[in-house]
Design a protein around this ligand. Structure first.
Ligand SMILES: Cc1cc2nc3c(=O)[nH]c(=O)nc-3n(C[C@H](O)[C@H](O)[C@H](O)COP(=O)(O)OP(=O)(O)OC[C@H]3O[C@@H](n4cnc5c(N)ncnc54)[C@H](O)[C@@H]3O)c2cc1C
Length: 449
């Protein structure tokens, strides 16, 4: 009979690296945290399981940055804006200039197929807003440059496997890789794994949520001019055929394909698969199998039926499975859905999303010191996380966590005890918007609850 438990003998591990700040997870939040901490003078080690940076933004091929403006006000800046500028300079990011934002139908026709509209408004068509369509390799390239320039010790191909905790304080992490099982020691650890791997392993309290899972994919060979002509000039025929396509794949947003900066290449934010747990190997395996089956069924369908798609082909299916929600920290403050929808302002706000604020306390686990959490697993209820987990706000949280860690080190205090007003000032000085000064949101359109 097969034993149901195997006792692993204890072992001693090689310490592969030491740093002031160890950031686990090189997605939008972790990358921002690492760069921000290093720019403040901290020695940083960034650990990532995949062979590239970007997380869901590059490996997950989630290719629109949104939730970073409230009406005409840009609310996420700092490292996020810098990365956008670097991608744009290479022609690998695109956004509507200020003069083209708003309700002009001609601008809607020009920009909506890039997904650059404010889908949180009830007004139809939605207004064109400041949002960015980008290329996944553009992200990898720009973030490689920024990490190298900041002098970060980047360790790719390294799967986090456990947190080392001493006397209630996080002091290091264990990784598994081709080099074996190793330890990386740090004075402060930042968990940016998206699934709360580090904080959960350290014993932090968390809640468990679930949301749709998606195997995002890209199509090439799409005649986007013809597809857009069909959408705008034959709206009824388009609505019928487009709905059929969405039924074949089994669930999607209305805009299931979006243009990218590369001509003829579109990204597809579908299928929507429910009832899957992003923390279970069995469910993740099923997601990949079912997702690919659905993708190929849809591609066959649209090639035969949908104008503009006759010669399309699958370029790639995202290497990182599109998991939106799993474990979320139950930290010193748990952000609620009403906090987001009512735009509740917190005196310790250190980051913003579109028109909402993130308190520093929501990055702090209860009971474990020298550990910060930044990204989609921050301390929020599952309902709040669903509407506050986009890439730019995760980057803003990461930037704040990185600067907070560096501040704690130089002040010789813990991350729990830093002076938040100074953190807000440092974020402003670095070009970020911590949301310390609440703005009047008068011009924001009626929001979807
Ligand atoms: C299908 C889909 C569509 C979305 N659409 C949009 C959109 O249009 N616009 C938008 O702005 N946002 C969108 N989002 C949300 C957004 O992509 C995420 O919320 C955001 O990327 C979260 O950033 P993060 O850094 O917290 O986590 P992630 O992007 O998940 O990054 C986590 C990083 O940690 C690494 N990691 C995880 N575990 C380990 C481990 N054990 N060891 C080492 N490394 C590890 C991962 O490899 C990854 O690099 C979408 C999400 C999905 C899934």
């Amino acid at each position: 009979m097969l034993d149901s438990i195997h006792a692993e003998p204890g072992r001693t591990l090689k310490v592969a690296a030491r740093a002031d700040v160890v950031v686990v997870g090189g997605g939008p939040a972790g990358f921002s945290a690492a760069v921000a901490a290093a720019r403040q003078g901290a020695k940083v080690c960034l650990v990532e399981r995949y062979p590239y940076l970007g997380g869901l933004a590059s490996g997950g091929m989630v290719l629109v940055l949104d939730d970073m403006c409230a009406g005409s006000e840009i609310t996420v800046r700092g490292i996020c804006s810098e990365l956008v500028d670097r991608m744009k300079a290479r022609g690998l990011a695109i956004y509507p200039p200020e003069a083209e934002r708003g309700h002009d139908p001609a601008m809607f026709r020009k920009w909506s197929r890039f997904g650059l509209f404010d889908f949180n408004t009830r007004t139809k068509p939605h207004p064109i807003c400041y949002a960015v369509a980008f290329d996944p390799d553009g992200w990898k390239r720009a973030s490689d440059d920024m990490v190298a320039e900041a002098g970060i010790n980047l360790r790719l191909h390294s799967l986090f496997a456990g947190t080392i905790v001493k006397d209630g304080c996080a002091v290091g992490v264990i990784t598994e890789s081709k080099s074996g099982r190793e330890a990386i020691m740090g004075d402060i650890i930042i968990d940016s794994t998206g699934d709360l791997d580090v904080a959960a392993s350290a014993g932090a309290r968390f809640s468990e949520g679930a949301y749709m899972v998606t195997t995002v994919f890209r199509l090439g060979g799409v005649d986007t001019d013809e597809a857009e002509r069909f959408q705008f000039e034959e709206p009824e025929a388009h609505a019928k055929l487009d709905l059929e396509a969405r039924r074949v794949i089994g669930g999607s947003w209305d805009y299931w394909w979006l243009k990218t900066p590369l001509p003829g290449i579109v990204w597809c934010n579908c299928p929507h698969m429910t009832g899957l747990d992003g923390m279970k190997v069995e469910d993740l395996t099923r997601a990949e199998f079912d997702g690919r089956k659905r993708i190929h069924a849809m591609v066959d369908h649209v090639r035969a039926k949908l104008p503009g798609f006759a010669n399309c082909y699958v370029v790639d299916v995202a290497p990182q499975t599109g998991v939106r929600q799993t474990r979320m920290l139950e930290g010193e403050y748990v952000v609620t859905k009403t906090d987001i929808t009512d735009r509740v302002h917190f005196p310790d706000s250190i980051a913003r999303g579109r028109d909402y604020y993130t308190p520093y306390r929501s990055l702090l686990p209860v009971g474990i010191d020298q550990l910060l959490v930044a990204g989609r697993h921050y301390s929020a209820t599952p309902q709040a996380q669903k509407i506050s987990r986009e890439i730019p706000p995760c980057m803003a949280m990461g930037e704040a966590a990185g600067i907070a860690a560096a501040m704690a080190l130089s002040a010789g205090t813990t991350v729990r005890n830093i002076d938040v007003a100074s953190l807000q000032n440092r974020l402003r000085a670095a070009g970020a918007d911590p949301g310390d000064v609440p703005t009047k949101h008068i011009q924001v359109e009626e929001k979807v609850a």
